[in-house]
Write a protein that binds this ligand. Structure first.
Ligand code: ADP
Length: 226
């Protein structure tokens, strides 16, 4: 190894591996818990950084292995500092027929009710946030949205909530709360939590883990005991 370094080979592999590492955040929580609101607040406070928001809805509709592979490859590309096309879900046609180009960014936010579901997606995250808003608040927001802007009957909204929304939350979303590094009670109302999260992101962006940026640095350290 010492000879390699003298000949410049190890030094070359160090430079080959140099690329910025984005800080990847996962934001999970029940529907209408305030995930989008929390993400928007983080993005607003990080106005001087390049931040990209990736919504799980662009990939997951049936949680198939193909959908998961697509999400993983998009995040992997962004981690390698490469631009990617992300499908845009069209709620009217229920199809992903449009896409948007996303450039590599300092911060990547992955948001969605089931974003902590798969361990491979979780492992890509540097910080995992669970937005924890009481069920009655989430239900009240759903009733307001569905009876207001969508014009649905309140009986149907309550029926759908008790038959599908609540059991899905209890069985699939709540069990992923244990993976969170940070649990935010009251979502976007919790300004202290948002400030702390933004401070942490800023610290991490300024002080990258050198071993992550230079994967071979550890070898050089151990060989030469610098
Ligand atoms: P999610 O992304 O988890 O589904 P949203 O952030 O879209 O949740 O919030 C759902 C609805 O609740 C939106 O209409 C939003 O404006 C409203 N909302 C979110 N947070 C608050 C809050 N702290 N106070 C009042 N309304 C809120």
């Amino acid at each position: 190894q010492a000879r390699n370094l003298q000949e410049g080979q190890a030094t070359t592999s160090v430079t080959e591996n140099v690329h910025k590492q984005p800080f990847i955040i996962g934001v999970a929580g029940g529907a209408a818990s305030g995930k989008t609101t929390v993400c928007d607040m983080i993005i607003e406070q990080l106005h001087d950084q390049r931040v990209v928001l990736v919504n799980q809805d662009s990939f997951y509709h049936n949680l198939t292995p193909e959908e998961l592979t697509r999400l993983l490859s998009v995040v992997e590309m962004l981690r390698l500092w490469k631009a990617v096309d992300i499908p845009k879900y069209d709620f009217r046609s229920y199809k992903n027929n449009i896409s948007r180009r996303v450039n590599p960014s300092d911060v990547i936010i992955l948001e969605g009710i089931l974003i902590f579901h798969d361990p491979r997606v979780r492992d890509l995250m540097n910080m995992k946030i669970f937005v924890d808003t009481d069920a009655d608040v989430r239900l009240a927001r759903r009733i307001r949205r569905d009876t207001g802007e969508k014009g649905r009957d309140i009986g149907m909204v309550l029926d759908q909530y008790s038959k599908f929304v609540k059991p899905a939350f209890d069985d699939f979303i709540l069990p992923t709360k244990k993976y969170a590094d940070i649990i935010i009670p009251r979502g976007g109302d919790n300004h202290v939590a948002i400030d702390l999260i933004v401070q942490h992101i800023r610290t991490k962006l300024g002080q990258h883990d050198l071993c992550k940026i230079y994967p071979n640095l550890y070898v050089i350290h151990s060989t030469f005991q610098i």
